[in-house]
Design a protein. Sequence first.
Lengths: 246, 246
Amino acid sequence: MNKPQDFPESWHPKPDLLPGISVDCVIFGFHDGQLKILLLEYKNTGLFALPGGFVQKNEDLDTAARRMLEDRTALSKIYLEQFYTFSTTSRRNDETHRTIATASGRTLEADHFIFNRFISVGYYALVDFSTVVPTPDAISDSCNWHDISSIPQLIFDHNLIVNKALDTLRFMLDSKLNGFNLLPPTFTMNELQQLYETILGKKLVRSNFQRKMLSLGILQRLDKKQTGAANKAPYLYCFIKPQTTL
Amino acid sequence: MNKPQDFPESWHPKPDLLPGISVDCVIFGFHDGQLKILLLEYKNTGLFALPGGFVQKNEDLDTAARRMLEDRTALSKIYLEQFYTFSTTSRRNDETHRTIATASGRTLEADHFIFNRFISVGYYALVDFSTVVPTPDAISDSCNWHDISSIPQLIFDHNLIVNKALDTLRFMLDSKLNGFNLLPPTFTMNELQQLYETILGKKLVRSNFQRKMLSLGILQRLDKKQTGAANKAPYLYCFIKPQTTL
DNA sequence: ACAAAAGTGTTCTCCATACACCCATGG
DNA sequence: CCATGGGTGTATGGAGAACACTTTTGT
């Protein structure tokens, strides 16, 4: 896939968009023992940014965020969560906008709506790395995974947004049990533990982690997984979705 | 005090306000063993609403919220926390706006900016009940405390906003220790316990509560408080503000 | 002396930690 | 058979729940 889509109307001053509101998405995935997020790289600039976009007049924020996520990942039914709204007056920068536009062969009129002040609502999403098809938008030439441990400098306040998303993810990890959204439908206990260790940034004791997870009563043990390694074959588990509480 | 202020410019279409963004404040206080919030009642309508307002072009959301809080409480240095941004397309209602305007002797042009779609950022504040001077704004004739247990029907989605604020307050109570902001500078252990019980909506065991609070190491014991009651005089405590962690 | 509320101590349970021990697998 | 990693059991310590006991105050 990975091919740009049609030039979005949102880059022209259009009356069908809410003025002054944007959405930025921190899309988390997990692969090779590393927590990763999707970043866009703008054409010919070396500038990186979070996926995001604007809100249509007839659309609420959750819907807008979901639309953007589906565009960037080619997935539907994504777990996402609003976490904070960013509003400092200096968070945007006209020069950056011009650089991005120029590099992709456009010019922005001085009264282009993008030069208005914008307030941005941050969402984080948790996706199954293996099923995502990273898809750039019209003004970026790549959409790729970046390890949390080596995020480049991002435009505007996007580094701040990433950090706040990470803080929220860590804080909510236990209460929302949202670690499971980052794994494929079946996984081993070791994979789950690696994920927790990566998110929390610390080692956990294997045997205790196993008991804690099993005691939650939300995991179902499936067949063993033959890894081909010279050791005991681990069980596969799947997540039992909580009953829709009436 | 309690006297309306000058008619705010924000009720005319003004270019110095951000379009489509508002702030709503859930202001918590504690008195007589009851958790309370400040509500405005609009003139001659019987309609209740959260204090709120609009955001100036050169103002970030925290500043805007703080400005509104100071206007409604006559306090400065208020503890406040952003908790969620509300954006459903149907959250506002033109007829309600007209009712409120008409009742206070105004007419709204059909293209008045208030008929735009608005996205509202929710803040909750924790204040010392005893020092607040509830102050109505220009289009309301009262600003009063209401028990959490008997919140009337509010305009728009304000009941939803109150509930979300309460949920957040409960969830954060332990981790942010923000109960202390609701009490006067000195207080007894019993008052603190009543506050916790009210917020959490359940009884706590007195002796255990005492030990837990003291073990946090954030309370300083002061003199005893002579209540005049026929029982042992309780100690007063004050909150030791956490060191500004560099 | 008594009631009522504040403060302290004791016991029990539960859970997180740490670590020891068995089991399965492929080389 | 042995190295490796997966699964289970056991001892310990600390926090919370439940409750008993002591102390202080005004009537």
